[in-house]
Ligand binder design. Structure first.
Ligand code: AHR
Length: 508
């Protein structure tokens, strides 16, 4: 017999604001993410605006994409921005040594990326090259993008057709500096981060939020070293952090080992549970990194940016191993839901997150057919769509009682994940049933405000590895959920096995 779980929510006790930027995205020059994904070129039969796919833009606008990180990833530390400006036909080529060892023609560069961001209505997050670049090169790129007057870089931008500077709020200082970004030691990188941050200047009214390449998984030493490199963060509670403002964190979920990560489809029930347990690790990582940060930064001036997260499976058979193309199923959707619950709970420290990656790479929102160009929205996309009500809302604590657990590896996996937020007279509750086999009922014990209405959505399917294809676009898509009833304590919610449910509340 299953127990009834209760979720107690005090609707009148709003916590930290959940930045919409935790719903951020990441697009690298990798496989078919940029080329064939976002960019098809002006002459393509696929409908486009100045070479950028219109259907991709439309789909991402529909989920209010808040920001887009580019050009990498590992690619960022090989990328020299001057190769990606000027007439497309005469741009130099380069080898994309990390991803398939293919030749990159730089058709998609700075102007194309900024055009994409403008079409999307998303804030650009530019990841600068520390690994193989120079301080001067990065400094010039910021000037090129953001300076208004007749400085050398502003004049060069104008010569390339863009009169006004762009607004660039987010700037990355390197990527995975402990690995593909230079194989540096934490102490060495901390010094470089200070130096690069100094020369990435605020031009005019453009204020950069500088994000130093952060830790891999549970590398707390990396985070601690970066935090120690700040001048006294404990002084002046009202002051701001400098010379950089945030540190990043990368963590990927896989069911197997690095050399055999597990397949995206056709996995076993055991693999489902291992995946959920590993997705739940994000919560633990945020707690541990935040604890280290709190020690040096009690006023929380430094942000934590999870700028790469998501599932990483073995590539689809017959595809280029360097292109990281994988299918996306209901399991991926639940992984995303679990991550968002963790980001909501850590809203006071986690200021941004970027799923890897938006189109055709790793845990994508969108898959495009290389032959026909057909576009498919993945189950993960639908979680982003169901969660837009959490953007910039205040986090609400959810106290779960009587949650069943399951032993997975050496841990106990709670079979329910939940989070909630409030914005004015509406609240949104996210509920995941991670149990692969068993339907459950959950009581929402809603306190502090009157609930005068509700609507609910559910995302599930019969098979754990259900996914969408060009022939079956809606095999996994949200539908209205009728399984919500009044209960003396609030509402009673049916949670089908392996399902994600959102309940929107109208409040008085
Ligand atoms: O997202 C794919 C790769 O994963 C990124 O390029 C790198 O930063 C990470 O190792």
């Amino acid at each position: 017999m299953t127990t009834t779980t209760t979720a107690v929510i005090d609707l009148d006790l709003p916590g930290a604001t959940i930045s919409r930027h935790v719903y951020g995205h990441f697009a690298e020059h990798l496989g078919r993410c940029i080329y064939g994904g976002f960019w098809v070129g002006e002459d393509s039969p696929v409908a486009n605006v100045r070479g950028i796919r219109s259907d991709v833009v439309e789909a991402l606008r529909a989920i209010s994409i808040p920001n887009l990180r580019w050009p990498g990833g590992c690619f960022a530390d090989d990328y020299h921005w001057r190769d990606g400006i000027g007439p497309r036909g005469s741009r130099p080529r380069m080898v994309n040594s990390h991803w398939g060892d293919v030749v990159e023609d730089n058709a998609f560069g700075t102007h194309e990326f900024m055009d994409l961001c403008e079409l999307l209505g998303a804030d650009p997050y530019v990841s600068g090259n520390v690994g193989s670049g120079s301080v001067a090169e990065m400094s010039d790129w910021v000037e090129y993008l953001t300076r208004a007057d007749d400085s050398p870089m502003a004049a060069l931008r104008r010569a390339n057709g863009r009169e006004q500077p762009w607004r660039v709020p987010f700037w990355g200082l390197g990527n995975e500096a402990w690995g593909c970004g230079g194989n540096l030691r934490a102490e060495q990188f901390a010094s470089l981060a200070r130096q690069y941050a100094t020369y990435t200047r605020n031009h005019g009214g453009n204020l950069l939020y500088r994000i130093a390449a952060g830790a891999n998984g549970d590398d707390l030493h990396w985070t601690e070293t970066l935090l120690r490199s700040f001048d006294d963060l404990a002084a002046d509670p009202a002051g701001s952090a400098g010379p950089f403002q945030a540190v990043s964190l990368h963590y990927y979920t896989m069911a197997g080992s690095w050399s055999d990560k597990g397949d995206a489809t056709g996995f076993s029930t055991d693999e489902w549970y291992v995946t959920m347990a590993r997705a739940r690790r994000m919560e633990e990582l945020l707690t541990r990194h935040s604890t280290v940060m709190d020690r040096y930064d009690p006023h929380r001036k430094v942000g934590l940016v999870v700028d790469e997260w998501g599932t990483w499976w073995n590539v689809e058979k017959g595809t280029n191993p360097g292109f990281l193309y994988q299918q996306n199923t209901l399991r991926d959707a639940l992984v995303a839901a679990v991550h968002f619950d963790a980001f909501h709970r850590h809203a006071e420290r986690v200021v941004m997150a970027n799923i890897a990656q938006t189109v055709n790479v790793l845990q994508a929102m969108i898959l495009t057919d290389p032959d026909t160009g057909a576009l498919v929205l993945t189950p993960t996309y639908h979680v982003f769509a169901m969660n837009t009500g959490h953007h910039d809302a205040a986090a609400l604590a959810v106290h779960l009682r009587d949650v069943e657990t399951r032993a997975v590896d050496a841990t106990e996996l709670p079979l329910i994940s939940a989070s909630a937020s409030v914005k004015g007279d509406t609240a949104l509750v996210s509920l995941s049933n991670l149990d692969a086999e068993t339907d459950r009922t959950l009581v929402l014990d809603l306190r502090g405000r009157d609930v005068v209405g509700h609507t609910a959505r559910v995302l599930t399917a019969t098979a754990l590895d259900a996914h969408n294809t060009p022939g079956q676009l809606d095999a996994v898509a949200p539908t209205d959920h009728a399984g919500v009833r009044p209960h003396p304590r609030g509402l009673e919610v049916d949670l089908p096995a392996h399902a994600y449910v959102t309940v929107a509340l109208a409040l008085r």
